[in-house]
Design a protein around this ligand. Structure first.
Ligand SMILES: *Cc1c(COP(=O)(O)O)cnc(C)c1O
Length: 360
């Protein structure tokens, strides 16, 4: 078999090898059913068991209270940018958005189609290199939306912002969901495309409080109402069965690593090593402000675009893939989600050191 290389892709991203092995086992026959996991009816006993186990694991690992629904939807986080305001915003109301990067802006832009929008804060003044400390909320926001980890700019909220009394906190957690312990009861809704921390692309996890689901507008197409999916356990139409199965395997893998507490410790250690190296490097430096640095996406530059390009091409040749930064930041980005192995961080640091010795 071809040797696997170090994959720093921002998404879809590296999966745990044990998960891929188990999936391979079940491609031709799920257990002893004689039917592969992708070929089972979503109404059949075998898949329903997969679904129930996946939801139960999600509830267990995330500590999800009973008054929250767990939904597995399609359309990515990008559909949630629209579906959320479509359900919960109206022309008479205003929703507050914390503008901490390109994804936050996309979410806000969609909301503008359905009602008023207020920027409670923004870090655009410094190319989104930090998480603002203060927010100025509108009088009675329909909800407050933030992006817990800014995939492109390499910044991450240390803790949840505090919305004004009575306003529900909504979070796009696409790039750091289940990377650390979280208190679901602080949120009205959390959503995440699976392809960074949870599994393959094609499924979006939505965790939403039941009263918010019920508050959603009723004059929308059925597929765009949360209640439709909540009433039908995400099986109003054919759900992304294989992607849900894969999320279940990833959740089992997280549980095996000590749940969210264990995974958080591992993520701290991984990112900690890389930032510690970058801090003392004479060539490379992190782009995000120290107090705002992401444990998931580590962005850094040499300060010289030609040298950045030289590094990226040398890295690719040496078996480190996907390190080129997003064009809006430039430089490099190491995406090191839950599943990225610690040995790959050590190998990257060694490679950075060599490049520094030859080029500083
Ligand atoms: C990747 C990403 C998205 C986009 O997700 P899709 O599933 O491709 O729509 C949205 N928000 C954040 C924070 C992301 O990292």
């Amino acid at each position: 078999m071809t040797q696997r290389i170090w994959n720093f892709s921002a998404g879809p991203a590296v999966m745990p090898e044990a998960v891929l092995d188990e999936a391979r086992e079940n491609l031709l026959s799920l257990g002893s059913t004689g039917i592969g996991i992708m070929e089972h009816s979503h109404r059949g006993k075998a898949f329903l068991k997969v679904y129930e186990e996946t939801e139960a694991l999600c509830r267990e690992i995330g500590g999800i209270p009973a008054n929250y629904k767990v939904l597995f939807l399609q359309g990515g986080a990008s559909l949630q940018f629209a579906m959320l305001p479509m359900n919960l915003l109206s022309k008479e109301r205003t929703a507050d958005y914390l503008i901490t990067g390109a994804w936050a802006e996309k979410a806000r832009d969609e909301a503008q189609r359905f009602g008023g929008v207020h920027a409670a804060c923004s870090s655009e003044d410094a190319n989104f290199s930090y998480i603002p400390g203060e927010c100025a909320y509108s009088a009675q926001p329909a909800y407050v939306h933030f992006t817990s980890n800014n995939t492109i700019f390499g910044t991450q909220f240390r803790s949840e912002p505090t919305p004004p009394p009575g306003a529900d906190l909504i979070c796009d957690a696409s790039s750091d969901i289940f990377s650390r312990p979280l208190d679901i009861s602080k949120y009205g809704m959390i959503y995440a495309g699976a392809q960074k921390n949870l599994g393959p692309s094609g499924v979006t996890l939505v965790i939403m409080r039941e009263d918010l689901i019920e508050r959603g507008h009723k004059d929308l197409p059925a597929m765009l109402q949360y209640r439709t999916h909540a009433k039908n356990d995400s099986m109003y139409n054919t759900p992304p069965t294989f992607a849900i199965y894969m999320v279940g395997l990833v959740l089992k893998w997280i549980k095996g690593h000590g749940g969210l507490a264990g995974i958080a410790e591992r993520n701290q250690r991984k990112a900690g090593k890389l930032y510690a190296y970058l801090e003392q490097s004479r060539l490379f430096k992190p782009t995000a402000r120290t107090d705002s640095r992401s444990l998931m996406n580590v962005t850094f530059v040499t300060g010289n675009e030609e040298l950045d390009a030289k590094f990226c091409s040398a890295a690719t040749k040496a078996g480190f893939d996907g390190l080129k930064g997003h064009r809006s930041v430039g430089g490099m980005r190491a995406s090191i989600y839950n599943a990225f192995p610690e040995a790959g961080i050590d190998a990257l640091i060694e490679f950075l050191r060599q490049f520094e010795a030859q080029n500083a």
